[in-house]
Structure formats: structure tokens, C-alpha cells
Design a binder for this molecule. Structure first.
Ligand code: NAD
Length: 701
């Protein structure tokens, strides 16, 4: 049972309350129940209003059933499913009494489309409420009327933005857009609803939902004139191509559909275009991959510690950060943003000033982008206090060490922390590659030591590697996982080992890119091979972004711990000694390349396929070693790590999903070929890969 129907004071209530679930989903069963209820309402005596409401807290309807979408293997089947949903929502739109969706929580995908089919939408200030059509993030488009109704309701420019970007909005923004008609407090919702129904019945709110917004200025041109609309469509196409680089077909298809159905006054025809496109997209390999990534992300976002039932994780209200550099400053901003008090410590006032400046800049940007009000930013920024000694560290719940990547300096800091924090304080290190166990040994209580590896830039990168040592207690781990979740990040659990997971896979790839450059290939060509593959930036641009000093340091640590294959290539060492560190030194590889400090170029001789294999196969090989050494427990952690930590293309499903799609035998053969051709042991297939190949299995099968 998913839906209750009842009447009170001549008002019909359709109440969503899915059994055994925290959320409401538009499953096949829910849609069938809804069909029957709406059919009955069409025949029933006149009601004052029909209200669609949820019994769950913080959720209206979270969307359609993704499993259903995943199961679509034939376009006509996808089209039929979309049509079935459209018919139900059309029947809702055609009901005689006024229909009202009450949104006091998440209304996404099909949930949002149901609300769009209603004549009115009443939402609350609930901070957890989000309204939107995120379908394109799953490689599909809204298939229950969203492409037809949303641009009509909130105007073409904003409608396109929401559908093509897939980003939900909060309810104040929804009100500004005209997506909802009124905002009320969740407290006293019943009273607010009754008042709203009275206003609806007394025609205080215009009856036609598509003519409620008042628009002026540029919006009139953009929405009402044909030329304005053409410009809006052109811009939207450019934006989509810029952000997706043409790798993701769903936004382009959605754009194509809206371009046609926006001008149709015939609902049936407009919706037919939508359902047809839905069927085509739902069967693509890209959609299947994106759905898998969605499941993985959900799994890791909710990651907990096994066998810790009843264990109360430590509340984190005060944090100490040692090192106010790139990472320390970013971490301080993130924690203060989440209303955790921060003590930021460095050895120089100048360094502290830089850390505070970078945090302040992020707050200024948040205000500019309307994520925060100016006064909120001031309050949050005020939560960061700076110090050059350990004042205030005694009261901290957790300390994060983010000083330079040097074991001696980190040891010194941990020694100092021993006498500056309280017995309950968790000590975390943000090291990129050094041993967490080594640092734990120095402390009074190694059970409270953990690695917390944020990625740069901290406010943007969703991944955190949580690194445990054999001594890390379950309490520490549970508290840290709860903290990571509170910070809005996705954790993966990684065993303490040299370079952990993501850097270990990434750095070998960067080094190989350097080697190809060293052999004479043009730097832009190497980068393009990888951006054409779908990486957000080329490997050598990435080196310039990270800073070659950090890259070299981590490569040396990896070479010490894991062997020759990580030895920094000579051209990296040369660039490093000459101060070409990338962005931070104002000169990087591209400048070095232009100055022709490397050998003569032979880009025309470059074998693109081989270059791609040289960069990608070793990543797969290294990931296989990590699985063999149980650095992480399953391939999902590798894929989450690479997608959220390095921007590995999600449409390929992740590094190991991609490997499976190529076939393990193909990769093993490719690595052996490279090994023979270059007489290089670094290409030798890992034992785990050979095992998969012998057993004719993939990473996931
Ligand atoms: P950074 O050089 O920008 O900053 C380091 C800061 O530590 C400097 O401000 C320095 O003055 C300060 N410091 C040095 N010794 C100190 C001490 N004894 N006490 C207090 N402060 C001290 O370095 P970063 O890039 O922020 O890196 C910090 C850590 O984070 C490193 O372990 C690094 O490997 C790791 N990390 C870096 C990145 C990145 O991309 N930069 C990404 C992930 C992890």
C-alpha cells in the first residue's frame, strides 16, 4: 500500500505513505493505485479541492522507481512506461476540482512532475525541501510531462536551466521562479493549507497556472518573442555542449524535445515527443552507467561501520586545523560553513593570513552566487579563529593536520598535539601518501588516529578517503564517517598504505603522461587524448593545477614504498628544479613546452590509441593491485574514488566498469603488448588482473 485516499470537509486527500520505506517512490504499484483513485475522482461528486500530500517527513515524492528505468532494454518499452505515467498525470491535470500539491520535503523527478500536473503548489520553508527534475543526471529526460509543463510554468530560460542542468532548487528559489505559489512554515501546515484552499476557492490566485507569473524587461523578450526564444535555445545548446562536451546525450535530447514541444498547443503531441525520446535514452549504455554510478554514490554516502549498532558517534562541534595552506584553509572554510568552530594554526602569521583570505574568498563567492546571505557568511567566517600556538586546541573534538607533506614535520606536529589536546580528541591527518600508522605510533592513543584525505579544492571535490590503521577504533571511525556525511562529502574506506587509493592510481597515470611528453609528443595533444576520453582536464594541465612540487613529492613517496614504476620521469624532475611548479609559481608545463626545453616534437607520429592505453591501462592495473592488497574491499570503492576524486568520466561508469566493458582479457593482452614493446616492467599485468582473465571474470562479475 502506497497511497491513502480520504475526504474531510469535502476536500479529497491523496496521501502518499509508502509501506516500509523512509521515502515515497512512484513505483508501478503506486502508479496503479493513483490511477484508480484519480479515475474514481473523475466520476465522484464535486469536491472543494483535491490535495496531494505526503505522510513522510521531509519527503513529498523522491521520484520514479530507478529500478524500473534500469530494467528498460527496449525503446518501445521505455516509451510505453513514460506514456503510462503521462496518462495518469494528464488525468490529474484534467480533474475538475482545484488540485494542490503540498510540498514539505523533497519533490524530485516524477514527484516534481506530479506537482507540475496539479493546478497549484503550496510549499514550506523546510530546509530539506528540494524541487527539481534531475533525470539528465541518470542519462534520461523527464518522461512524465516535465519537458512540456515546466518551461510553460516558470518560463523558457529557467525551465531549460532546471531540466538541462538537472539541479533541484530550494523552496525560496522555487517561489521566486513561480514553481510554487506560496511558501508557509511546516509548523501549522494544516492551517496554512486551509487558508490556501480558501484563497484558491475565492479565486485569489489566478486559475490558469501558466499565466500566474508577472514578467518584465528582458524576460518578456526572452519568453514572449520568437527571436528571444531562439536566442535562449541557442545559448542553452552552447551551455550544454560546454558542460557535457558532447559526452552526455540526455541534455541535448531534452533540448531537442523542448525546442519542438514548447511551440505545440497540443498536449498529446508534445508529450508523445517526450515519451519517444525517453524510450531512446533509457536504453543507452550511458544511462545504464549513470544509474550504476547513482547507486554507488548512494551506497557510499550512507557508508557506516559494520557491527557498531548502539554505538554513539562523537558530536563534533569544535575542530582544530594545523597548517593554513591550500588544504588547511579549504578545510577550515568547509567546517565553518557547516557551523563547526575552527581553530586554525600555522607557524607564521603570513600563512594564517593566506588561509583566512582563501576562506573569505570562498564566502564572498557563495554570497555572490546567492548560496548565502551576506550576514550568514560573516557569521560563518567568524567561526574560524587563527593562532600560531595551540591555544584552544584543548577543547577540540577533532584535529586535522594539514602541514607540508614531510614525515619529520608531521611527526613533530603529532608530538606537539599529544600535550595540547584532550584525551577524547580524534587526531586526523590529511596526508596524501604518508603512513598514518607511523603517525599513530607517536600519539598517546593510536585508537583515536585516522587519515582524512580531502581533495583539492576542498569545497568542490566530493570525495574523502577515510584511512584506518589496525589500531583505529570503531568509535573513531564511526564518528569520522558521521562527520564526513555532515560535511556533505562521500567517504570511501581505505586501508593505511602507501599513497592510499586515489593518488596511487592517479600518480602513475600522470607520470606516464610525463613520459610520453618526454618522448617528444606535444603537450596539448597528450591532454587532448584524455579530454577526448572524457577526463575533465588533461593530465599535464592537472599537474599544473596540483603543483609539481606536490606531484614530485608524492611520486617519490610512492616510488620508495611501491617501486620503480612510480619514479618521477626526468622531465618532471627537470621542471621541478627549474621552478616550473604550475599555477602556484606562475609558470608550468605549457610554458616549459613552448620554450622547447624538451626534445623535438613528433606529434604526427603519435599513436593516439596507444597513448590512451599507456595512460589508462596502468590505472586499471594499479586498481587491480589495490584490490589484491585489499586497500579497498570492492571495485565500487575504486569507481567512486576515481569519479569523485579525479573526475573520471561518470558516463563510462567508473574506471573498473570501463575495464569490464572493454574485457579483462583485452586489457591483459594490451598491457603485455606495451610491456614487450617498451621493455617496461611497469606494464606487467597485476596478478589479480591475470586471475580475473584466467577465470574469465570482470571486476564486477
Ligand atoms: P601547503 O604548503 O599549501 O600548506 C602547508 C602549511 O603548513 C603552510 O602554511 C605551512 O606554513 C604550514 N606548516 C608547516 N609546518 C607547520 C607546523 N609545524 N605547524 C603548523 N603549520 C605548519 O600544503 P597543502 O597543499 O595545503 O598540503 C597540506 C597537506 O595536505 C599535505 O600533507 C598534502 O600532501 C595534503 N594534500 C594536499 C593536496 C593538494 O592538492 N594541495 C590535496 C590533498 C592532500
Amino acid at each position: 500500500m502506497s497511497i491513502n485516499y480520504y475526504e474531510e470537509n469535502n476536500i479529497g486527500f491523496i496521501e502518499f505513505n509508502q509501506d516500509d520505506s523512509k521515502v515515497n517512490i512512484l513505483t508501478v504499484q503506486a502508479l496503479q493505485e493513483l490511477t484508480l483513485i484519480v479515475a474514481r475522482l473523475h466520476k465522484a461528486a464535486a469536491l472543494k479541492a483535491v490535495v496531494f500530500i505526503s505522510k513522510k517527513s521531509d519527503v513529498f515524492i523522491a521520484g520514479a522507481d530507478i529500478k524500473e528505468i534500469e530494467g528498460i532494454n527496449d525503446p518501445s518499452n521505455g516509451e510505453a512506461k513514460s506514456k503510462a505515467g503521462q496518462e495518469i498525470f494528464n488525468a490529474i491535470e484534467d480533474l475538475k476540482p482545484p488540485t494542490i500539491a503540498v510540498i514539505d520535503g523533497v519533490a524530485l523527478g516524477g514527484g516534481c512532475e506530479l506537482a507540475l500536473a496539479c493546478q497549484y503548489r503550496l510549499a514550506t520553508f523546510n530546509p530539506k525541501a528540494r524541487i527539481g527534475l534531475p533525470e539528465v543526471t541518470l542519462g534520461i529526460l523527464p518522461g512524465f510531462g516535465g519537458t512540456y509543463r515546466l518551461p510553460r510554468l516558470i518560463g523558457l530560460p529557467e525551465g531549460l536551466k532546471m531540466i538541462l542542468g538537472g539541479k533541484p532548487v530550494d523552496t525560496p528559489k522555487a517561489l521566486r521562479l513561480g514553481l510554487v505559489d506560496r511558501l508557509v512554515t511546516s509548523n501549522g501546515l494544516e492551517r496554512h493549507l486551509n487558508e490556501f484552499i480558501d484563497d484558491v476557492c475565492n479565486k485569489k490566485i489566478p486559475v490558469d497556472k501558466y499565466s500566474r507569473r508577472t514578467i518584465k524587461g528582458l524576460a518578456v523578450f526572452q519568453e514572449k518573442s520568437f527571436i528571444g526564444q531562439r536566442i535562449v535555445f541557442q545559448r542553452a545548446t552552447q551551455d550544454v555542449l560546454k558542460t557535457t562536451k558532447g559526452f552526455y546525450p540526455a541534455p541535448l535530447k531534452a533540448l531537442h524535445v523542448i525546442r519542438q514541444n514548447f511551440y505545440m498547443n497540443d498536449r498529446a503531441k508534445g508529450l508523445a515527443l517526450e515519451s519517444q525520446a525517453f524510450g531512446q535514452l533509457a536504453t543507452t549504455a550511458i544511462s545504464k552507467n549513470l544509474i550504476r554510478v547513482f547507486y554507488l554514490a548512494e551506497k557510499y554516502r550512507k557508508l557506516g561501520v559494520p557491527d557498531t549498532e548502539g554505538l554513539v558517534s562523537k558530536a563534533m562541534t569544535k575542530c582544530g586545523i594545523v597548517g593554513a595552506g591550500v588544504m588547511g584553509g579549504g578545510i577550515a572554510q568547509l567546517f565553518s560553513y557547516m557551523d563547526i568552530w575552527v581553530r586554525l594554526k600555522d607557524i607564521h602569521y603570513d600563512a594564517l593570513a593566506l588561509g583566512l583570505k582563501s576562506a573569505a574568498k570562498l564566502y564572498r563567492d557563495a554570497v555572490k552566487r546567492r548560496r548565502l546571505k551576506a550576514h550568514e557568511a560573516i557569521v560563518k567566517m567568524g567561526k574560524i579563529a587563527s593562532t600560531i600556538d595551540y591555544t584552544g586546541f584543548r577543547n577540540t573534538d577533532i584535529v586535522i593536520e594539514a602541514v607540508v607533506e614531510d614525515m619529520d614535520i608531521k611527526r613533530k606536529v603529532f608530538r606537539e598535539l599529544n600535550s595540547c589536546v584532550n584525551e577524547q580528541t580524534i587526531l586526523a591527518t590529511n596526508t596524501s601518501a604518508l603512513s598514518v600508522s607511523e603517525l599513530a605510533k607517536i600519539t598517546k592513543d593510536p585508537s583515536k588516529v585516522i587519515g582524512l584525505h580531502f581533495f583539492n579544492p576542498v569545497h568542490k571535490m566530493p570525495l574523502v578517503e577515510v584511512i584506518t590503521t589496525p589500531q583505529t577504533s570503531k568509535e573513531t571511525l564511526a564518528s569520522v564517517l558521521a562527520l564526513v556525511k555532515r560535511l556533505g562529502k562521500t567517504p570511501i574506506l581505505v586501508k593505511d598504505s602507501c599513497g592510499f587509493l586515489v593518488n596511487r592510481i592517479l600518480l602513475g597515470y600522470l607520470n606516464e603522461a610525463g613520459r610520453i611528453w618526454e618522448e617528444g609528443a606535444d603537450i596539448a595533444t597528450i591532454d587532448k587524448i584524455m579530454t577526448d576520453f572524457g577526463m575533465p582536464m588533461g593530465p599535464l594541465t592537472l599537474c599544473d593545477e596540483i603543483g609539481l612540487d606536490i606531484g614530485i613529492k608524492v611520486l617519490r613517496i610512492l616510488a620508495d614504498g611501491l617501486g620503480e614504476r612510480f619514479k618521477p620521469v626526468a622531465i618532471f624532475e627537470k621542471a621541478y628544479t627549474e621552478g616550473f611548479l604550475g599555477k602556484k609559481s606562475g609558470k608550468g608545463f605549457y610554458l616549459l613546452d613552448r620554450r622547447s626545453l624538451v626534445k623535438t616534437k613528433q606529434s604526427n607520429l603519435l599513436n593516439t590509441t596507444e597513448c590512451l592505453q599507456r595512460m589508462v591501462y596502468p590505472m586499471i592495473n594499479e586498481a587491480a593491485r589495490c584490490l589484491e592488497e585489499r586497500i579497498v574491499d570492492d571495485p565500487g570503492a575504486v569507481d567512486v574514488g576515481m569519479i569523485f576524486g579525479t573526475g573520471f568520466p561518470a558516463f563510462r561508469g567508473g574506471l573498473l566498469r570501463y575495464a569490464d566493458s572493454l574485457g579483462i582479457s583485452h586489457i591483459v593482452a594490451g598491457l603485455r603488448q606495451l610491456q614487450d614493446k617498451w621493455r617496461a616492467a611497469r606494464f606487467a599485468p597485476a596478478n589479480y588482473l591475470i586471475k580475473l582473465h584466467n577465470e574469465q571474470r570482470g571486476f564486477y562479475s
